[in-house]
Design a protein around this ligand. Sequence first.
Ligand code: AHG
Ligand code: MN
Ligand code: MN
Length: 341
Amino acid sequence: MKTKPYQPDHSALGYSVGVTLDRFIKMKQDDFPFASGELSQILRDIALASKIVNREINRAGLSNIGGAFGNTNVQGEEQQKLDVVANIRFSRALTKGGEVCAIVSEEDDEVIDLQNSSGKYVVAMDPLDGSSNIDVNISIGTIFSIYRRVTPVGSPIQPEDIMQPGNKQVAAGYVLYGSSTMLVYTTGKGVNGFTYEQSLGEFFLSHPNICAPKDGKIYSINEGLNSQISEGIKNYITSCKERDFSARYIGSLVADFHRNLLKGGIYIYPSTAKAPEGKLRLLYEANSLAFIAEQAGASASDGRNRILDIQPTSLHQRTPLYIGSTVMVEEAEGHLKEATV
Ligand code: AHG
Ligand code: MN
Ligand code: MN
């Protein structure tokens, strides 16, 4: 039989569809000697849930899924129906595989113990970020962090499995449901972004090895908080205005963070008079994005300390957040320090 090697002429195609998320995860698994593939499976499960949530979000205006659920979560915030739906979708996806022993979610007041003591991993998540933007068709997101449990596999989960500082994350990521849907994640070896191709139902590598600009010209803060914030932050904002920087604030952390990561900028949610600890949650908002920021060459601080070094003391702990281009985060910290001496 006559054979020939596979050497197709691709010129007729116009473009190549590229590397799928699944293939990429598999390729990267080899970066970790002795990896058993469990972390890879969790990432795939999260990707699958995000496709389902993406579908629900796309239908939000048509199906009866917009609006309030009629309940408040542990933060005292009104839950939207999609908050609840996304929480169920991600929790179910993480429960099925058997790799996860516990889930921390913004929408659940207590840790969800999956009663699966053989699971090695703990996942913290904000299933739907920016939920006030759901009903007005503006970008929203999902944020997640993955930790390896510290107590022996096979034993019941303990508080120390959950209360780990961000520097112990083994992976973190976010999904941005924006003008296109993207999944961006890190396992501590750089940051990669994937864009969802709806008709194929697959994420494809579109933003390999994301590197954040060291400096930027975008500042993102809710300036409506002006009467409640410290002189140091006010001075920093004034200095941004004096340099004609652009103010951009979507009100969905994931979307504001993503833009600043790619274009260069800083996102600030400071301590305020009404909320001295700020608004954002350490375990499933600040830590996840801080890990990604640092892996992309950017920075994250609470105004004084590196976010990833904060030892959590409670599940839904809040923290002020200064995150984005390193030069800008350092400048903002400098203004805070100057105003307090
Ligand atoms: P969530 O929808 O998960 O509660 O998060 C909302 C957060 C964050 O996404 C956003 O940047 C911030 O709240 C906006 O807060 P303000 O409306 O106070 O500016
Ligand atoms: Mn959020
Ligand atoms: Mn949320």
